[in-house]
Design a protein around this ligand. Structure first.
Ligand SMILES: [Zn+2]
Length: 230
């Protein structure tokens, strides 16, 4: 980032991507930030002109962004695809889901947001571990390390060494979506590509991937709104 420009709806980060062929203005769903991408900093003047010309368009994009779902007690987030109310409970112990509420103990309210995030990551890890085991058994493969992070460009990935990496946000999607992403990455342990053979493995262990893929395409901006500040 070389500069931050102002817009009525929020800041616009100026980024240099040497591989990009032209000047682009976009609202990135994952970071919920406006970005002006230039092939070189010498195009900054032209970029600023583009921002002025497309100011109204950018405002429209901002309006379409799903509302932020910050980790605040009394607010709702998506959990397993369902609107779930966050409840602060003074104390320690594990978070629990009950009657449409996600009850998260914290020693003080200031620590609540952090506790919610940790609880979601932990839930995601447990569910993904379960699903990975299940699909690995079906496909007779042996996954290595499983990590859960706030990935931005992919919901899951599989390294050449057999390590699997997932987004914690999958726990916020319906269970079949999380299971599909687990199956997808496990299938990569047999086929490190997206060939017909690969999709056959996904079908074999998970079933038809179409509904889950459709959900992820349609709901990505919403999933990235979870935990975002106001
Ligand atoms: Zn893949």
């Amino acid at each position: 980032m070389i500069e931050v420009l102002a817009h009525d709806c929020g800041p616009v980060s100026v980024l240099i991507h040497r591989k990009s062929k032209r000047i682009t203005l976009r609202l990135d769903h994952a970071s919920r930030n406006a970005q002006l991408v230039l092939p070189h900093k010498k195009f900054l003047g032209q970029g600023k002109k583009l921002l002025l010309q497309r100011s109204e368009w950018l405002t429209q994009q901002w309006k379409k962004l799903p509302r932020a779902m910050p980790f605040i007690a009394g607010k709702t987030i998506l959990l397993g695809g369902e609107q779930t109310e966050l409840v602060f409970e003074k104390g320690r112990g594990a978070a629990r889901e009950q009657n449409g509420q996600f009850i998260v103990p914290a020693t003080q309210e200031a620590a609540f947001a952090d506790r919610v995030r940790r609880a979601l990551i932990e839930r995601a890890r447990i569910s993904l571990q379960e699903q990975v085991c299940l699909h690995a058994k079906t496909l007779n493969v042996q996954p290595q390390r499983l990590t859960v992070r706030d990935t931005r460009s992919r919901w899951g990935s599989c390294s050449a060494a057999g390590n699997l990496n997932f987004s914690w946000r999958l726990i916020c999607a319906p269970a079949f979506v999380l299971s599909y992403v687990a199956a997808h990455e496990v299938a990569h342990l047999r086929e490190a590509n997206h060939s017909f053979k690969f999709w056959d493995l996904v079908k074999q262990s998970f079933g038809d991937p179409a509904p889950a893929r459709k959900y992820l395409r349609a709901n990505a901006p919403k999933l990235f709104a979870i935990g975002a500040e106001g």
